[in-house]
Every structure is written in C-alpha cells, then in structure tokens.
Design a protein around this ligand. Structure first.
Ligand code: ADP
Ligand code: ADP
Ligand code: ZN
Length: 226
C-alpha cells in the first residue's frame, strides 16, 4: 500500500548505516522524492561538469565537499517541482552549517524538517556493510554481496544494469569517512534532538526490520503534520 505524505525527512546515520537502502524503499511507499547529495555529485561527475570534477577531488579522499558548493547544489534541487511537498534527504545535511541552511531553505517555503530518523549502527557493522556494497550503474539501486545480493551476480534486479563498487569504497577511505562523520556529522544528532525531531532506529537489524521501524516513525510524523 502506498500513501502520499508530505514533509521533509532527514535520514541520519554514518556511511554504510543503510540510508540509501532505506530511502529507496521509503520513496516507493510514501511517494516523496529521494534526494541524495552523494548521488547528485556522482551524476555531475558522470556528465563531467565543473561541479562533478570539483566534488570528485573531495570524494576520493573521503572528505566532505565544501558547504557552499553542497548547499548551492541542494538549493537548485529543491527548486524542482517534485520537492514542493516534501523529500527524503539522504546524506544531507552533513554539517551544522548545512543543517542551518536547510532550515532557511525550508523556512522560505513555510516549511521545516518534519523528522530526523537516526539509523544507529556500530563501527564494525558499518565496515562490513561498506566492504560488500555494490551499486547499479543504471538506476543507483544498492546491493550487498552477502546481505542483499542480486538474483544474478553483477546484474541489477530492477533495471538489468551493471553493478559496480564505488571508487571511494576502499578500506582506507571507509575509515576516513567514518572519522569525518564522527567529527562533522555526528553533532547533528544533538542538533535535531534539541529540536525534538530526532527518532532513533536500531540499524543493526536486517533491512526489513529497520524498514518496518522507520516506516512506522515516518508515517506517524508525516501524516500528523500534513
Ligand atoms: P555514503 O553513502 O557512503 O555515506 P555518499 O554517497 O552519501 O556516501 O557520499 C559520498 C561522498 O560525497 C562523501 O564522502 C562526500 O565526499 C560527498 N558528499 C555527499 N554528501 C555530502 C554533503 N552533504 N556534504 C559534503 N559532502 C558530501
Ligand atoms: P548509506 O547510504 O547509509 O551509506 P547504504 O544504504 O549504501 O548505506 O548501505 C550500505 C551497504 O549495507 C549496502 O551494501 C547495503 O546493501 C547494506 N545494508 C543496508 N542496510 C542493511 C541492513 N540493515 N543489514 C545488512 N546490510 C545492509
Ligand atoms: Zn538498476
């Protein structure tokens, strides 16, 4: 069953927590667009735009793209019609400065963040998830070679596209990204807790278990606020 909802959902969690995986499912059920800044940067890179080339130099090192660049890109994405009722934000905001910018982008349209589900996962689990991640070149669907394998090795179940491992999915970059997360992004947990928007989800469960908890929280928040 799919119900349309309205509201801006900020998915929090470390790299590998499962934000993209959960957002793919949520997008179908609640009919709000999935906006992932990592995907936007990778799309820009594929088209070899200046933005894409600039972003790549940061992504390959596992550090964040500067806030001004990221915020400008998100503002543009928010200008598209599909985001007028709400969105599922995955990988944005990643710094307090981005969270403050998001509040002002939403305030301009008389809205605000509806809920910030935090998918909580241990570092060991993050590393195991990141190490086995494969992504579809065609549609961006996320797989794991052990936990969520495709029916045919190397081929996407939904679009038949080729699966690949991201160039920033290397053991060295994983540790760097988790460190950057702890320093720059983890403060957002308190930021949203202080505003009464944080909702913790036990991310150690399997994909369906996490999704059941997440969907319940999101439905509760998006329906009561619309
Ligand atoms: P993951 O799913 O592993 O967390 P993402 O696809 O979200 O990775 O992000 C990949 C890279 O893109 C990050 O390591 C960072 O360099 C860049 N990036 C994505 N989102 C942001 C953001 N909001 N601010 C700055 N950099 C970002
Ligand atoms: P994020 O977007 O937070 O970086 P992803 O959604 O890309 O995380 O998930 C990272 C990897 O972990 C992927 O290979 C995905 O298939 C796998 N994964 C996601 N959620 C779970 C889960 N609950 N249990 C096991 N594996 C998972
Ligand atoms: Zn695909």
């Amino acid at each position: 069953m799919s119900t349309s909802a309205s509201g801006y959902i900020v998915l929090l969690g470390a790299p590998g927590a499962g934000k993209g995986t959960q957002a793919e499912r949520l997008e179908k059920d609640i009919e709000l667009p999935h906006i992932a800044t990592g995907d936007l940067f990778r799309a820009a890179l594929k088209q070899q735009t200046e933005l894409g080339k600039l972003a790549q130099s940061y992504m390959d090192r596992g550090v964040l793209v500067p806030d001004d660049v990221t915020i400008a890109m998100v503002k543009e994405r928010f200008g598209q019609a599909d985001a007028s009722r709400g969105a599922i934000l995955d990988g944005f905001p990643r710094t307090v400065e981005q969270a403050v910018a998001l509040d002002s982008i939403l305030a301009e349209r008389g809205a605000g963040v509806t809920i910030a589900p935090y998918i909580k996962v241990s570092t060991d689990t993050l590393l195991a998830r990141l190490a086995g991640r494969w992504v579809c070149r065609g549609c961006g669907a996320v797989y794991h070679m052990l936990y969520s394998p495709p029916a045919r090795e190397g081929v996407c179940d939904s679009c038949g596209g080729e699966l690949y491992q991201r160039s920033d999915d290397t053991p060295e970059t994983h540790l760097k990204r988790i460190q950057v997360y702890l320093e720059e992004t983890a403060p957002l947990i308190e930021f949203y807790r202080d505003r009464g928007l944080l909702a913790e989800v036990d991310g150690e469960q399997d994909i369906e278990g996490v999704y059941a908890d997440l969907l319940r929280l999101v439905r509760g928040a998006t329906q009561s606020s619309s």
